[in-house]
Design a protein. Structure first.
Ligand SMILES: Cc1ncc(COP(=O)(O)O)c(C=O)c1O
Length: 390
């Protein structure tokens, strides 16, 4: 057996999720504020393009790198939305969602035993994938008190002679935070000074409620060391389609093509056609903007409910992006898993324990607003009602 997997711990949160699924299957009402999946349907015109592509025979193998029109659409999107110049022929690879883009990125640059610097808290896959690939994960604290960003002294302290790559994800899952342009500039200077790759997971880039976030590649000289993880999942409500892309220097893409070819062969051709349409069609960009506006309204609803509720043992930091709130229950002095178990049992709301995202997430819980307005309102009020009993 591959003993590396013993280093990946997930049993408690998986068990909690199983309990939520079982409760719902048994007909018990659970308000689903634990999921990281848009509650909107994929816009109909995207479905129409996929269906037409299927009917025209695109149901066989396709190119491993992705169809040229999809790579071109991704390059145009990076130019249109991020003012970045990527060569669709050599610097972009179509992937099986953002998670696969991240896998290919890591697989392409990491040697066993290399150190991988990852903020804590962060989406669990960032660390788990590095461990699967026999990297040595070093977590860098990103405390609430510092806006959920690592202090530069902590980045420095995490360095060793084996440091190879730092992984960032802004807007962040689970905190919704993202840094200023100035912070990212300094981080790129830090990476350059220590010869580090930067993997930037930008799958939530379209979901922001303050100034538009800057891409990590948008700095002089940054493109040469930065690998961008992109996905259509969150922006276009396409999580089940499994399509995204990696934008990176050509030498990285050359490795990533081999890793993709030898793991998935290709992304389904009709999905690729739908993705090219989604990335480029103006009407779909409008739909994406409307979904962002809907999340923004729910975020506002949460903030208003929190304000009206007054003093409670939970702090609600206004999230800046993604569709999450990272609720601070540290005053209760209870493990986040126990908080989630009790909220599920006593208030009927599904949540994710902050500890699932790293030790610095302990005492917090992640709540999504990717649920209907009514679910967000009822679920959040039930959480506050639960907290009010302490
Ligand atoms: C931070 C982050 N990155 C990447 C992904 C992967 O998304 P997908 O593989 O659906 O594109 C997720 C999904 O939850 C995520 O939260």
């Amino acid at each position: 057996m591959n003993t590396q997997f013993e280093l990946i711990r997930q049993s408690a949160t998986v068990a909690l999720n199983d309990r939520i699924v079982a409760a719902r299957a048994a007909g018990k009402k659970v308000i689903p504020l634990h999921v990281g999946d848009p509650d909107f349907p994929t816009p109909q015109p995207i479905l129409d393009v996929a269906l037409k592509a299927m009917q025209s025979g695109l149901t066989h193998y396709g190119p491993s790198t992705g169809y040229p029109d999809l790579r071109q659409a991704a390059a145009l999107k990076l130019k249109r939305d991020n003012e970045l110049n990527y060569d669709p022929n050599t610097e972009i690879l179509v992937t099986h969602g953002g998670i696969h883009a991240y896998y290919l990125a890591m697989q392409s640059i990491l040697n066993p035993g290399d150190d991988v610097l990852i903020p804590d808290p962060s989406w669990a896959t960032h660390a788990n994938m590095a461990i699967m690939l026999r990297g040595n994960v070093i977590r860098v604290p990103a405390p609430a008190e510092n806006g959920f960003l690592p202090a530069f002294s902590d980045w420095e302290q995490a360095l060793t002679p084996r440091s190879r790559v730092l992984v960032i994800n802004y807007p962040s899952n689970p905190t919704g935070a993202y840094p200023s342009r100035g912070y990212l500039q300094k981080l790129q200077e830090f990476a350059a000074a220590h010869n580090l790759w930067v993997i930037s997971d930008e799958v939530y880039e379209n979901l922001y409620y303050a100034e538009k976030p800057t891409s990590a590649a948008d700095f002089t000289g940054a493109k040469e060391r930065t690998l961008l993880v992109h996905s259509l999942s969150k922006t276009y409500a396409m999580t089940g389609w499994r399509v995204g892309y990696l934008a990176a220097p050509a030498r990285v893409i050359n490795n990533a093509i081999k890793a993709g070819q030898n793991s998935i062969t290709c992304v389904a051709p009709f999905v690729q056609k739908a993705a090219a349409f989604a990335l480029s069609d103006p009407g779909i960009q409008q739909s994406a903007a409307e979904m962002r506006a809907a999340y923004a309204r729910r975020r506002q609803l949460v903030l208003e409910i929190a304000r009206d509720a007054g003093e409670l043992p939970v702090k609600v930091t206004p999230s800046m992006g993604a569709f999450y709130f990272f609720l601070d229950f540290r005053d209760l002095k209870l493990p986040s898993l126990e908080i989630c178990e009790r909220v599920l049992a006593e208030a009927g709301v599904g949540l994710v324990p902050g500890a699932a995202f790293g030790m610095c997430g302990e005492g917090f819980v992640r709540m999504t607003v990717a649920a209907s307005n009514a679910e967000v309102e009822e679920g959040f009020k039930a959480i506050l009602g639960w907290a009010g009993k302490f």
